[in-house]
Design a protein around this ligand. Structure first.
Ligand code: BJW
Length: 225
Protein backbone atom coordinates (compact mmCIF):
# COMPACT_ATOMS: atom_id res chain seq x y z
CA UNK A 1 0.00 0.00 0.00
CA UNK A 2 1.23 3.51 -0.79
CA UNK A 3 1.08 5.57 2.38
CA UNK A 4 2.27 8.99 1.32
CA UNK A 5 -0.14 11.32 -0.43
CA UNK A 6 1.75 13.92 -2.43
CA UNK A 7 -0.37 16.86 -3.46
CA UNK A 8 1.20 18.94 -6.22
CA UNK A 9 -0.08 22.49 -6.76
CA UNK A 10 1.11 23.64 -10.16
CA UNK A 11 1.12 26.99 -11.94
CA UNK A 12 2.30 28.49 -15.21
CA UNK A 13 6.00 27.83 -14.43
CA UNK A 14 5.29 24.09 -14.67
CA UNK A 15 4.71 24.47 -18.42
CA UNK A 16 7.34 27.17 -19.06
CA UNK A 17 9.95 24.68 -20.26
CA UNK A 18 7.38 23.29 -22.70
CA UNK A 19 7.32 26.74 -24.29
CA UNK A 20 4.16 28.23 -22.76
CA UNK A 21 4.62 31.72 -21.32
CA UNK A 22 3.95 32.43 -17.66
CA UNK A 23 1.62 35.31 -16.71
CA UNK A 24 3.77 37.53 -14.55
CA UNK A 25 7.34 36.95 -15.79
CA UNK A 26 8.57 38.81 -18.90
CA UNK A 27 6.45 41.88 -19.69
CA UNK A 28 3.21 40.04 -18.85
CA UNK A 29 1.58 41.45 -21.96
CA UNK A 30 -0.24 39.96 -24.93
CA UNK A 31 -0.66 42.38 -27.86
CA UNK A 32 -0.27 45.16 -25.30
CA UNK A 33 -3.06 43.81 -23.08
CA UNK A 34 -2.32 42.65 -19.56
CA UNK A 35 -3.85 39.40 -18.27
CA UNK A 36 -6.28 41.57 -16.30
CA UNK A 37 -7.54 43.04 -19.61
CA UNK A 38 -8.24 39.71 -21.29
CA UNK A 39 -9.06 37.31 -18.44
CA UNK A 40 -12.24 38.96 -17.16
CA UNK A 41 -15.94 38.59 -17.98
CA UNK A 42 -16.04 42.35 -18.57
CA UNK A 43 -13.39 42.04 -21.31
CA UNK A 44 -15.47 39.29 -22.99
CA UNK A 45 -18.56 41.50 -22.90
CA UNK A 46 -16.68 44.53 -24.18
CA UNK A 47 -14.60 42.87 -26.89
CA UNK A 48 -15.43 39.17 -27.39
CA UNK A 49 -13.40 38.95 -30.63
CA UNK A 50 -10.24 40.09 -28.88
CA UNK A 51 -10.72 37.63 -26.02
CA UNK A 52 -11.51 34.74 -28.39
CA UNK A 53 -8.38 35.58 -30.45
CA UNK A 54 -6.28 35.39 -27.30
CA UNK A 55 -7.61 31.94 -26.40
CA UNK A 56 -7.64 30.71 -30.03
CA UNK A 57 -3.96 31.61 -30.22
CA UNK A 58 -3.22 29.75 -26.99
CA UNK A 59 -5.21 26.67 -28.10
CA UNK A 60 -3.28 26.54 -31.40
CA UNK A 61 0.01 26.92 -29.53
CA UNK A 62 -0.92 24.19 -27.04
CA UNK A 63 -1.34 21.71 -29.87
CA UNK A 64 2.30 22.27 -30.90
CA UNK A 65 4.00 21.88 -27.49
CA UNK A 66 4.87 18.80 -25.45
CA UNK A 67 5.02 17.91 -21.74
CA UNK A 68 8.49 18.47 -20.26
CA UNK A 69 10.73 16.48 -17.90
CA UNK A 70 8.89 17.96 -14.89
CA UNK A 71 5.51 16.65 -16.07
CA UNK A 72 7.00 13.19 -16.67
CA UNK A 73 8.67 13.14 -13.23
CA UNK A 74 5.24 13.62 -11.61
CA UNK A 75 3.93 10.63 -13.57
CA UNK A 76 6.87 8.53 -12.37
CA UNK A 77 6.13 9.53 -8.76
CA UNK A 78 2.85 7.57 -9.00
CA UNK A 79 4.90 4.33 -8.83
CA UNK A 80 5.71 5.05 -5.18
CA UNK A 81 3.15 7.53 -3.88
CA UNK A 82 -0.48 8.53 -4.19
CA UNK A 83 -0.18 11.68 -6.26
CA UNK A 84 -2.88 14.27 -6.82
CA UNK A 85 -2.19 17.26 -9.03
CA UNK A 86 -4.15 20.45 -8.47
CA UNK A 87 -3.31 22.70 -11.38
CA UNK A 88 -4.07 26.33 -12.05
CA UNK A 89 -3.03 25.72 -15.64
CA UNK A 90 -5.59 25.42 -18.40
CA UNK A 91 -3.25 23.38 -20.62
CA UNK A 92 -3.50 19.59 -20.85
CA UNK A 93 0.19 18.76 -20.42
CA UNK A 94 -0.21 16.83 -17.13
CA UNK A 95 -2.81 14.58 -18.80
CA UNK A 96 -0.74 14.18 -21.96
CA UNK A 97 2.30 13.18 -19.87
CA UNK A 98 0.14 10.47 -18.24
CA UNK A 99 -0.75 11.78 -14.76
CA UNK A 100 -3.83 9.96 -13.41
CA UNK A 101 -5.35 12.45 -10.95
CA UNK A 102 -5.52 16.02 -12.20
CA UNK A 103 -7.90 18.67 -10.92
CA UNK A 104 -8.11 21.88 -12.97
CA UNK A 105 -8.89 24.90 -10.82
CA UNK A 106 -9.07 27.49 -13.59
CA UNK A 107 -10.69 25.41 -16.35
CA UNK A 108 -9.40 23.72 -19.48
CA UNK A 109 -8.39 25.25 -22.79
CA UNK A 110 -9.60 22.26 -24.81
CA UNK A 111 -13.17 22.70 -23.54
CA UNK A 112 -15.77 25.37 -24.30
CA UNK A 113 -18.92 26.37 -22.48
CA UNK A 114 -22.12 28.33 -22.63
CA UNK A 115 -21.67 31.99 -21.73
CA UNK A 116 -24.73 31.86 -19.48
CA UNK A 117 -24.68 28.33 -17.98
CA UNK A 118 -21.20 27.58 -16.56
CA UNK A 119 -21.87 23.84 -16.33
CA UNK A 120 -22.94 23.46 -19.98
CA UNK A 121 -19.48 22.32 -21.11
CA UNK A 122 -18.35 20.66 -24.34
CA UNK A 123 -15.08 19.07 -25.42
CA UNK A 124 -13.67 21.43 -28.04
CA UNK A 125 -10.11 20.40 -28.88
CA UNK A 126 -7.43 22.72 -30.23
CA UNK A 127 -9.39 24.53 -32.96
CA UNK A 128 -10.58 28.14 -32.82
CA UNK A 129 -13.93 29.20 -31.38
CA UNK A 130 -15.40 31.36 -34.15
CA UNK A 131 -17.72 34.29 -33.90
CA UNK A 132 -21.23 32.79 -34.10
CA UNK A 133 -20.37 29.42 -32.49
CA UNK A 134 -23.22 28.70 -30.11
CA UNK A 135 -23.75 26.49 -27.07
CA UNK A 136 -26.76 24.12 -26.82
CA UNK A 137 -28.73 26.86 -25.04
CA UNK A 138 -28.16 29.26 -27.96
CA UNK A 139 -25.74 31.51 -26.10
CA UNK A 140 -22.30 32.36 -27.53
CA UNK A 141 -19.67 29.73 -26.74
CA UNK A 142 -16.77 30.91 -24.60
CA UNK A 143 -13.59 29.24 -23.37
CA UNK A 144 -14.12 26.95 -20.35
CA UNK A 145 -11.78 28.96 -18.13
CA UNK A 146 -12.14 30.88 -14.86
CA UNK A 147 -11.66 34.62 -15.26
CA UNK A 148 -11.01 37.19 -12.52
CA UNK A 149 -14.12 37.83 -10.46
CA UNK A 150 -15.65 34.46 -11.35
CA UNK A 151 -16.13 31.69 -8.78
CA UNK A 152 -13.70 28.75 -8.72
CA UNK A 153 -16.08 25.75 -8.52
CA UNK A 154 -13.30 23.16 -7.96
CA UNK A 155 -11.91 24.92 -4.87
CA UNK A 156 -13.89 22.89 -2.32
CA UNK A 157 -12.68 19.62 -3.81
CA UNK A 158 -9.12 21.02 -3.81
CA UNK A 159 -9.37 21.93 -0.11
CA UNK A 160 -10.50 18.37 0.71
CA UNK A 161 -7.55 16.95 -1.23
CA UNK A 162 -5.06 19.21 0.59
CA UNK A 163 -6.42 18.09 3.98
CA UNK A 164 -5.15 14.56 3.31
CA UNK A 165 -1.68 15.56 2.06
CA UNK A 166 1.46 14.19 3.68
CA UNK A 167 3.61 16.31 1.34
CA UNK A 168 2.68 19.44 -0.57
CA UNK A 169 4.80 20.25 -3.60
CA UNK A 170 4.20 23.75 -4.96
CA UNK A 171 5.60 24.14 -8.48
CA UNK A 172 5.89 27.22 -10.69
CA UNK A 173 3.27 29.51 -9.24
CA UNK A 174 3.70 33.05 -7.92
CA UNK A 175 0.91 32.35 -5.37
CA UNK A 176 -0.66 35.75 -5.92
CA UNK A 177 -4.02 34.58 -7.27
CA UNK A 178 -6.68 33.51 -4.76
CA UNK A 179 -8.39 31.28 -3.77
CA UNK A 180 -5.76 28.92 -5.30
CA UNK A 181 -2.90 30.44 -3.27
CA UNK A 182 -4.84 29.89 -0.04
CA UNK A 183 -4.64 26.11 -0.54
CA UNK A 184 -1.13 26.15 0.95
CA UNK A 185 -2.80 26.82 4.33
CA UNK A 186 -5.19 23.86 4.07
CA UNK A 187 -2.73 21.01 4.66
CA UNK A 188 -2.33 19.18 7.99
CA UNK A 189 0.22 20.65 10.41
CA UNK A 190 2.75 17.86 9.94
CA UNK A 191 2.59 18.01 6.13
CA UNK A 192 6.00 18.68 4.54
CA UNK A 193 5.99 21.56 2.09
CA UNK A 194 8.44 22.00 -0.80
CA UNK A 195 8.50 24.89 -3.23
CA UNK A 196 10.01 24.46 -6.71
CA UNK A 197 10.52 27.76 -8.49
CA UNK A 198 13.60 29.47 -9.98
CA UNK A 199 12.33 32.85 -8.74
CA UNK A 200 12.75 34.62 -5.41
CA UNK A 201 9.85 33.35 -3.27
CA UNK A 202 10.77 35.24 -0.09
CA UNK A 203 7.50 37.21 -0.26
CA UNK A 204 5.31 34.15 -0.83
CA UNK A 205 2.83 32.87 1.76
CA UNK A 206 5.10 29.84 2.30
CA UNK A 207 8.44 31.64 2.40
CA UNK A 208 9.39 29.39 5.34
CA UNK A 209 9.17 26.21 3.24
CA UNK A 210 12.04 24.28 1.71
CA UNK A 211 12.72 26.06 -1.57
CA UNK A 212 14.36 24.28 -4.50
CA UNK A 213 15.31 27.32 -6.57
CA UNK A 214 15.48 25.64 -9.97
CA UNK A 215 13.24 25.20 -13.01
CA UNK A 216 10.69 22.39 -12.67
CA UNK A 217 12.19 20.33 -15.50
CA UNK A 218 15.50 20.15 -13.63
CA UNK A 219 14.28 19.99 -10.04
CA UNK A 220 11.41 17.47 -10.24
CA UNK A 221 13.29 14.51 -11.81
CA UNK A 222 15.92 14.64 -9.04
CA UNK A 223 13.37 15.24 -6.25
CA UNK A 224 11.30 12.24 -7.36
CA UNK A 225 14.23 9.78 -7.79
C1 BJW B 1 9.00 28.55 -13.07
C2 BJW B 1 9.65 28.31 -14.24
C3 BJW B 1 10.12 27.02 -14.42
C4 BJW B 1 9.10 30.36 -14.29
N1 BJW B 1 9.91 26.10 -13.48
N2 BJW B 1 8.80 27.63 -12.13
C5 BJW B 1 -8.91 42.56 -6.07
C6 BJW B 1 -9.52 42.85 -7.30
C7 BJW B 1 -10.09 41.84 -8.09
C8 BJW B 1 -10.08 40.55 -7.67
C9 BJW B 1 -9.47 40.29 -6.46
C10 BJW B 1 -8.91 41.25 -5.66
N3 BJW B 1 -8.39 40.66 -4.55
C11 BJW B 1 -8.61 39.37 -4.65
C12 BJW B 1 -9.27 39.12 -5.79
C13 BJW B 1 -9.68 37.84 -6.27
C14 BJW B 1 -8.90 37.42 -7.49
C15 BJW B 1 -7.41 37.49 -7.21
O1 BJW B 1 -6.79 36.60 -6.63
N4 BJW B 1 -6.75 38.56 -7.64
C16 BJW B 1 -5.32 38.76 -7.31
C17 BJW B 1 -4.55 39.06 -8.57
C18 BJW B 1 -5.26 39.84 -6.27
N5 BJW B 1 -9.34 36.06 -7.74
C19 BJW B 1 -10.40 35.79 -8.46
O2 BJW B 1 -11.05 36.66 -9.02
C20 BJW B 1 -10.81 34.34 -8.53
N6 BJW B 1 -12.21 34.22 -8.23
C21 BJW B 1 -12.71 34.55 -7.05
O3 BJW B 1 -12.04 34.97 -6.12
O4 BJW B 1 -14.07 34.35 -6.97
C22 BJW B 1 -14.76 34.81 -5.82
C23 BJW B 1 -16.24 34.68 -6.14
C24 BJW B 1 -17.02 33.89 -5.35
C25 BJW B 1 -18.40 33.79 -5.64
C26 BJW B 1 -18.93 34.50 -6.72
C27 BJW B 1 -18.13 35.27 -7.53
C28 BJW B 1 -16.75 35.37 -7.23
C29 BJW B 1 -10.62 33.79 -9.94
C30 BJW B 1 -9.18 33.77 -10.34
C31 BJW B 1 -9.06 33.30 -11.79
C32 BJW B 1 -7.64 33.38 -12.30
N7 BJW B 1 -7.65 33.16 -13.71
C33 BJW B 1 -6.40 33.14 -14.43
C34 BJW B 1 -6.72 33.02 -15.94
C35 BJW B 1 -7.21 31.61 -16.27
C36 BJW B 1 -7.40 31.41 -17.71
C37 BJW B 1 -6.12 31.62 -18.48
O5 BJW B 1 -5.13 30.91 -18.28
O6 BJW B 1 -6.13 32.52 -19.33
O7 BJW B 1 -5.60 32.04 -14.00
S1 BJW B 1 -5.35 34.55 -14.14
C38 BJW B 1 -3.83 33.67 -14.20
O8 BJW B 1 -3.16 33.69 -12.90
C39 BJW B 1 -4.22 32.20 -14.45
C40 BJW B 1 -3.26 31.47 -13.56
O9 BJW B 1 -3.75 30.16 -13.29
C41 BJW B 1 -3.18 32.35 -12.36
C42 BJW B 1 -1.98 32.12 -11.48
O10 BJW B 1 -0.79 32.41 -12.14
P1 BJW B 1 0.49 31.52 -11.88
O11 BJW B 1 0.25 30.15 -12.41
O12 BJW B 1 0.90 31.63 -10.48
O13 BJW B 1 1.55 32.20 -12.88
P2 BJW B 1 2.57 33.41 -12.63
O14 BJW B 1 3.02 33.88 -13.97
O15 BJW B 1 2.02 34.40 -11.71
O16 BJW B 1 3.81 32.70 -11.88
C43 BJW B 1 4.68 31.83 -12.57
C44 BJW B 1 5.73 31.34 -11.60
O17 BJW B 1 6.50 30.36 -12.28
C45 BJW B 1 6.72 32.43 -11.13
O18 BJW B 1 6.88 32.34 -9.71
C46 BJW B 1 8.03 32.06 -11.85
O19 BJW B 1 9.20 32.36 -11.08
C47 BJW B 1 7.86 30.57 -11.99
N8 BJW B 1 8.62 29.95 -13.08
N9 BJW B 1 9.70 29.53 -14.96
C48 BJW B 1 9.24 26.48 -12.33
N10 BJW B 1 10.80 26.70 -15.54
Amino acid sequence: MKKDHIVVLTGAGMSAESGLKTFRDHDGLWENHSVYDVATPEAFQRDPDMVQRFYNMRRAQLETVQPNAGHFALVKAERHFDVTIITQNIDDLHERAGSSNVLHLHGELTKARSSIQPDLIVNWGYGPIENGDKAEDGSPLRPHVVWFGEPVPAIEQAVEICRTATHLLVVGTSLVVYPAAGLVHETPQNCRVTLVDPGDMSESPIAHARHVQKPAGQALPSLID
